[in-house]
Each structure stands twice: as structure tokens, then as C-alpha cells.
Design a protein around this ligand. Structure first.
Ligand code: C2E
Ligand code: CA
Ligand code: CA
Ligand code: CA
Length: 275
């Protein structure tokens, strides 16, 4: 008779095999997805906190899987990162975003920046600067209309990061530090890195109204940003209460479901035209 322990080990092995298969499956599908044109860009608008004027948008990738339907990046970005596919996918996103933005500008949309998420993995490659530079040239998008969102974990290799950021900045591109407040070492690096914006993580915004501690942190981040003469945006704004609170603290920009979910190109154009 098998002991309880080995039963649960069998279960564990089966579970592991399932997870491995699922991962290989996703990796395989991801490889094909680019050729088949299964990725698309969604755009979430950003607004000036006080005037609620449209001031930019964040690009969020979606995967339209032939069997599974629309898949959110939470399900595949980490696998893309582990397999290195994030470099190809990320470059595609960057290119599409710049060409789309140029088209909007040419059609008379406001000249506000488009923000593209950059994975830590992409960032560790030196060629990221050449890739960005090539795409800017090909798309003819003015560099100041491109903003790159990078996360705090980039600070693992501070020297290299800082070097690449400086070279990107000298192209004229803007840098936003995403998910701020959730990673390590923020305070030490934030003053050293060439960034133009801090993005307050949505976990802080979600907890507005839940206690003084959290609100103290938000207030601290906004004051820190302004002390460093950089702009601050809050993400995940879902309620009027959260918006009013952030406006009260002089947060510069806001983004979240209170204003709009991420939208397809067509829906985004409709929103901006009627804003
Ligand atoms: P993120 O960069 O922190 O993006 C914000 C996420 O919050 C998005 O989820 C967005 O749809 C969601 N969101 C926006 N407003 C609200 C709100 O008011 N409430 C709530 N609860 N959520 C809100 P999404 O689109 O599923 O993306 C998840 C993550 O996947 C992103 O987090 C980002 O880290 C990553 N990602 C998305 N697109 C790309 C990409 O092109 N490249 C890379 N490297 N990562 C990407
Ligand atoms: Ca921004
Ligand atoms: Ca982001
Ligand atoms: Ca974020």
C-alpha cells in the first residue's frame, strides 16, 4: 500500500507535468502568434489630474489566441520573458506603437506621448538603444512623443541601467518609473536615474480611504517626485474618491477604469474625439 506521502507526490508530479505542458504549449503558440498577427495593441488614456485633459496613453499588449480568445499579458509576458521571446514581442509592440502614434499625430490628434512598457529582460540588452533609435527613425515619430515605462527591478544592475537610460534620454525619449513603491531600493536610485516621471503603483491607489499609513506613502511619493522636479502619475484610479484625493495631493496625472479601460484603436479614437 502506498503511503499518503507518495500519493501526494504522484499528484504533485502530475500537476507539474500539466504545468510544464501548458508552459511549452504557450511557448509554442507564442512563437507562431507573431507570424500569424495574433497580437494587438490596446490603449489606455491618461489625463491631467486637475483639468482632466487628455495627456497621453499607455500601450498594453493583447493576444488574440485562435482557441482561447483574448489573453491578457499577465498570462504570457512572464513566459515570454523566461524564453527570451519578449525581445521579439517587445520590439513588435514598440514599432506598432510608434507607427500608430505617428498616424494619430498626422491625423490631427493632440501631440501627447505614447507610453510603452519595457521588460527588464529587454532592458538588459545593450541593443535596446539601437532598436529604439531605429524605430523612431523608421516611424518618423518625434522622440519626445515616446515614453518608456521601466520597472524598479531594473535597478538590479544600476550601472548598466543608468548608462542605457542616459543613452535613451539623449535620443530625446522620456522615461517613466513604473510600479513605483513596490520594488527594492527606490529611494536610493530614483534621484540618480534620468527619469521624467514616477508612476504610483495601483496597490497604493486601491487602498485610498483604508488608512493613514498608505496615504502617507502616496503623499511621500508625490512630494519626492516634485522635489526632484519630475512628474507623477497614479495608475488604477477607479473611483471619484480616489481621484479627488490624488488631486488634493497635487498628483499630476491619472489613469484608470474611472476614466477608461484599455481600448482598441477604433474605440480609443472614438473616446478621444468625444472627450
Ligand atoms: P502595468 O504596466 O502595471 O499595467 C497596468 C495594468 O493595470 C494593465 O493590465 C491595465 O489594464 C490595468 N489597469 C488599468 N487601469 C486599471 C484600474 O483602474 N483598475 C485595475 N484593477 N486595473 C487597471 P494589463 O493590460 O493586464 O497588463 C498587465 C501587465 O502586463 C502590465 O502591468 C505590464 O507589466 C505587462 N504588459 C502589458 N503590455 C506589455 C508590453 O507590451 N510589454 C511588456 N514588457 N509588458 C507588458
Ligand atoms: Ca506617462
Ligand atoms: Ca506600465
Ligand atoms: Ca504599473
Amino acid at each position: 500500500a502506498k503511503s499518503n506521502g507518495s500519493d501526494s507526490f504522484e499528484l504533485y508530479k502530475r500537476e507539474m507535468r500539466f504545468q510544464l505542458n501548458e508552459k511549452f504549449q504557450i511557448e509554442n503558440d507564442l512563437r507562431k502568434a507573431l507570424e500569424r498577427g495574433e497580437f494587438s495593441l490596446y490603449f489606455q488614456p491618461q489625463f491631467d489630474a486637475r483639468s482632466q485633459r487628455y495627456c497621453g496613453e499607455e500601450v498594453l499588449v493583447r493576444w488574440n489566441h485562435p482557441d482561447e480568445g483574448l489573453i491578457s499579458p499577465g498570462k504570457f509576458i512572464s513566459i515570454a520573458e523566461e524564453t527570451g521571446l519578449i525581445n521579439t514581442i517587445g520590439e513588435w509592440v514598440l514599432r506598432e506603437a510608434c507607427f500608430q502614434k505617428k498616424k494619430w499625430i498626422d491625423n490631427g490628434f493632440p501631440a501627447v506621448p505614447v507610453s510603452v512598457n519595457l521588460s527588464t529582460k529587454q532592458f538588459l540588452k545593450r541593443s535596446i538603444v539601437e532598436i529604439v533609435s531605429d524605430i523612431l527613425q523608421a516611424s518618423e515619430l518625434p522622440p519626445h512623443l515616446l515614453e518608456l515605462e521601466v520597472t524598479e527591478s531594473i535597478t538590479i544592475d544600476i550601472q548598466r541601467t543608468s548608462d542605457s537610460l542616459k543613452r535613451l534620454q539623449s535620443l530625446g525619449v522620456q522615461i517613466s518609473l513604473d510600479d513605483f513603491g513596490t520594488g527594492y531600493s527606490s529611494l536610493q536610485y530614483v534621484s540618480q536615474l534620468p527619469i521624467q516621471e514616477l508612476k504610483i503603483d495601483q496597490s497604493f491607489v486601491r487602498n485610498i480611504g483604508n488608512g493613514k499609513h498608505n496615504e502617507g506613502i502616496i503623499s511621500m511619493i508625490i512630494n519626492l517626485a516634485h522635489f526632484l522636479k519630475i512628474s507623477v502619475i497614479a495608475e488604477g484610479v477607479e473611483t471619484k474618491e480616489q481621484l479627488d484625493y490624488l488631486v488634493g495631493l497635487k498628483c499630476d496625472k491619472v489613469q484608470g477604469y474611472y476614466f477608461s479601460k484599455p481600448l482598441s484603436v477604433v474605440d480609443f479614437e472614438r473616446l478621444i474625439n468625444n472627450w
